[in-house]
Design a protein around this ligand. Structure first.
Ligand SMILES: [Zn+2]
Length: 377
């Protein structure tokens, strides 16, 4: 593949301008960047690619497994970046975008298909090198701190965008680009139309609603993934399952777990997801236990009494922490390991534990949840 150090630098510069939450895509959302010298490089190179292609079409074949899984626990395979063929293009906003060659062809077909139905999309970003991701991490750590980076920026080597097969779309509504996450989510009916056509072109929706426990990410309607095989894509989309589940790559401790988000006036799905993260980090250390069910206890459970309770615990456990103004309670059901599975276990062996609650508090809607206590109430 072709690599431009200057492009990585440009991506970094534009990413640094962006103060929106990053999610899985973590980089170029709404970059609106200037076309700079790096852009010129890309354009020149693309011409060369095209010229080569007329002599040898095989030049645009990537030697890769299109069904590859890259997520927070599955690293980009070694040698990947040397094996992929990247296409460079400039989108309607004038931003440079890099995409894997076959995924790009499929995207163009999808785009045509959508336009026939009056839906207009464009590509925000797709391929991002491990090197560019490292630069984003370094820059954001300096600007926003390690905690922020841990929460919002993918670890280099563990972003699906490294594959070149993950594409972030943006919408064009009444001729204008809509590319900020918070604006894009206000068009659910447009995304429904887009998602309905993905499988026909070998794409799947990667980060489904209410499936963070499986994918590691909250819902992202714009992040689509090319897997090549339209039949497999159709099966995944029809069944509404995650790519992890289709591949049988779920962590056994959560593979059979259902998550109930309930309804809330207080918290968004993303708020509950971030609380879930904290709980799962603790649960993950419980050797041999399998989570069966986890549910948001509802707004009533997060009342003033609960807030006073978690603040009391905060005072005792983490006195340096600012006073919480939000409380959240989850309830769960899990199964303990058998006596053979885990020696010296504190659990009653091979038993279902029900109504096991988790109490969390935080300061401000942007604060990170702190887990204060868990157990039978
Ligand atoms: Zn993305």
């Amino acid at each position: 593949m072709k690599k431009h150090t200057s492009r990585a630098a440009a991506a970094l510069a534009t990413a640094a301008l962006c103060a929106t939450l990053l999610g899985a895509c973590g980089g170029n959302q709404g970059q609106g960047s200037a076309t700079d010298s790096a852009g010129t490089d890309a354009a020149t190179e693309e011409k060369q690619d095209t010229a080569t292609d007329t002599d040898d079409t095989a030049a645009k074949e990537s030697n890769i497994d299109y069904m590859v899984l890259v997520n927070k626990t599955h690293k980009l395979p070694a040698g990947w970046e040397d094996a992929i063929e990247i296409v460079h293009f400039t989108n309607s906003e004038g931003w440079d975008v890099d995409v894997e060659a076959k995924a790009y062809d499929a995207y163009l077909e999808l785009k045509d298909d959508l336009e026939a139905d009056g839906v207009y999309v464009d590509l925000d970003s797709a391929y991002r090198s491990v090197e560019a991701q490292q630069e984003i991490v370094d820059d954001f750590t300096e600007k926003y701190g390690a905690e922020y980076v841990k929460q919002y920026v993918a670890v280099p080597g563990y972003s699906e965008h490294h594959t070149g097969l993950a594409l972030d779309l943006f919408l064009i509504i009444d001729g204008k680009g809509v590319y900020l996450n918070e604006d894009m989510v206000t068009y659910p009916e447009v995304w429904d139309k887009i998602h309905a056509k993905l499988a026909d072109h070998g794409f799947i929706l990667r980060y489904l609603p209410e499936k963070k426990i499986e994918t590691g990410y909250s819902y992202e309607p714009w992040h689509i993934r090319y897997i090549g095989d339209t039949e497999v894509a159709r099966k995944i989309m029809d069944e509404g399952i995650t790519f992890e589940r289709y591949l049988g790559e779920l962590d056994p401790s959560i593979a059979d777990c259902t998550v109930d988000y309930g309804t809330s006036e207080l918290y968004t799905e993303a708020d509950i997801d971030s609380a879930l993260d904290v709980v799962l980090a603790e649960f993950g250390t419980w050797d041999g236990c399998t989570l069966k069910k986890i549910a948001f206890m509802g707004d009533e459970a997060c009342n003033a009494d609960e807030l006073a309770y978690v603040n009391e615990l905060r005072e005792a456990q983490m006195p340096d922490e600012a006073e919480f103004d939000q409380a959240l309670v989850l309830t769960s059901e899990f199964h303990s390991p058998s006596a053979e599975q885990a020696e010296n276990t504190a659990w009653e062996p091979d038993t279902d534990y029900r109504d096991w609650t988790w109490h969390l508090g935080r300061t401000g809607a942007d604060g990170s949840w702190k887990l204060l206590t868990w157990g039978f109430d």
